[in-house]
Design a protein around this ligand. Structure first.
Ligand code: EPZ
Length: 431
């Protein structure tokens, strides 16, 4: 298995292009199941999770092409345009093997039910960051008239006479649950109101694409979405919004190394909570051209508290990276995780690099240390893995981050982008 080797201690300087958002692209791809027409998505990142979703949609009957976009370096195989067309739904099952690999596979359930009247989707089970049930997805689909049974590890959902509009009230904010409810509601008969909907920018991006396909949705960007079902949807062209977590991660890379990075294509309005935190920590963040400039050239980092919350609060997907940053700040920072119950798996690894962190329930107290030291480390999920890369960029000596496949799920050409800005980083293939 490959690992990433980093020799830390160099300030990064240069420009990093920010790609399309993985967590927007995945449900947008699933939306192709809602129409027989082609859906053309641009700015789709080239990631393992995107390939996994492509494989699943292919098994359900969609044709998927990655035509080379003009001006794009086709030789690298990362063309950003994806054309998807599900002329017919030929199967309605999301098998265990794919759902186990990528939980986001469950977002095919809403579109399959809406278009084909049935879906059989493997129950995802727990994962590295928590138990992550899908009960709220199922309640939402039941509110739209679906009949649901759990059998042999699978969710069997049926709506033989089509879905009907209803009131979906989420007791807790759920991104995937909102996406499933929205994609089911757009083809249901009558009106649906989704209350306490997630407001993440990726949901708004999905709703905008669905609207361009002919869906009638009011309340975009708010926690109440009103959907008037339509008989059918058509295809459209849609550009995936920039990845706010990739943006925040590279902003943290500039900050932790005391460097200066320009993040092209990044949108400040998507990560205001993260920018606010970085600024309170002493990092300069300014909008520049079509992106952001992040620098910490002449001042120390300060410890700043943070608590994860649904959007527009501070994102759980940035918690590990900000924790890495706080390990080298002056003073202490309390970091509280409220979204997932088990998302501190990076703590013992950061401590092996010399960090001083104590976990008390849902909070971690990080006391800044002068320097981290390189070590072999590994992590159990995507954001935890990248937090170790950040720590490695600031540490003295060599850091080896194992289990690189986590990074390949969510960061496109990570080592290339960092190396272009002066990082000593390389992928090491293991025999
Ligand atoms: C999405 O996961 C993202 N994944 C996650 O990003 C992100 O961390 C998360 O939203 C929160 O922002 C994708 O978009 C593909 P949730 P999702 O449903 O939709 C509980 C990354 O690193 N819950 O909003 O699965 C759940 O256990 C990933 O890119 C229920 O109890 O998250 C959690 O505690 C990791 N029942 C909370 O709600 C349900 O039916 C929020 O989860 C559904 C969720």
């Amino acid at each position: 298995m490959d690992s990433i080797s980093i020799r830390g201690g160099r300030p990064l300087s240069g420009t990093i292009p920010i790609g399309g958002a993985k967590n927007a692209a995945l449900p947008l791809m699933a939306a192709c199941l809602l129409t027989e027409d082609p859906l053309e998505l641009s700015n789709v990142p080239d990631l393992v999770d995107i390939a996994t979703m492509g494989k699943l949609l292919g098994e359900l009957g969609a044709e998927i092409e990655r035509p080379d976009a003009e001006g794009h370096d086709a030789g690298r195989g990362n063309a950003p345009v994806l054309r998807l067309q599900a002329r017919q739904i030929t199967a309605t099952e999301a098998p265990y093997d794919l759902v186990r690999r990528m939980r986001a596979s469950v977002v095919v359930m809403g579109p399959l039910l809406a278009r084909a009247g049935r879906a059989r989707v493997s129950l995802p089970g727990g994962c590295a960051i928590g138990t992550r049930p899908v009960d709220l997805h199922l309640k939402a689909l039941e509110a739209l008239g679906a009949e649901i049974e759990l059998k042999e590890g699978y969710i069997e959902a049926r709506a033989p006479n089509g879905l009907t509009g209803g009131h979906v009230l989420f007791p807790k904010v759920t991104v995937g649950g909102t996406e499933n409810a929205l994609m089911a509601a757009v083809l249901a008969r009558g009106e649906t109101v989704i209350t306490n909907a997630a407001r993440e920018p990726e949901i708004t991006d999905l709703a905008q694409c669905l609207a361009a396909m002919g869906a009638k949705i009011d309340g975009l960007g708010t926690d109440t979405l009103k959907v008037s079902g339509v008989d059918q949807l058509s295809g459209c062209r849609h550009r995936v919004l920039p990845d706010r977590i990739e943006t925040g991660t590279y902003a943290a890379a500039a900050a932790i190394t005391g460097g200066d990075l320009t993040l092209t294509g990044a949108r400040a309005d998507l990560i205001e909570s993260v920018i606010g935190l970085l600024q309170r920590a002493g990092v300069e963040v300014t909008e520049q051209g079509d992106g952001l400039k992040v620098s910490r050239a002449n001042c120390d980092l300060r410890g700043v508290d943070s608590m994860t919350e649904p959007y527009p609060g501070f994102p759980t997907d940035m918690q590990a990276q900000i924790m890495a940053l706080m390990t080298v700040a002056k003073g202490a920072a309390m970091i509280t995780e409220t979204i997932f119950e088990n998302r501190f798996m990076h703590v013992p690894e950061l401590c092996r690099m010399g960090a001083d962190i104590n976990v008390h329930g849902r909070s971690a107290i990080v006391r800044g240390v002068g320097k981290l030291s390189g070590a072999p480390v590994m992590a159990t999920d995507l954001r935890a893995s990248v937090s170790l890369v950040l720590a490695g960029l600031a540490a003295e000596g060599e850091t080896r981050v194992n289990r690189v496949y986590h990074l390949d799920r969510g960061y496109e050409r990570l080592e290339e982008k960092l190396a272009a800005c002066g990082a000593q980083i390389a992928r090491v293939a293991e025999a």
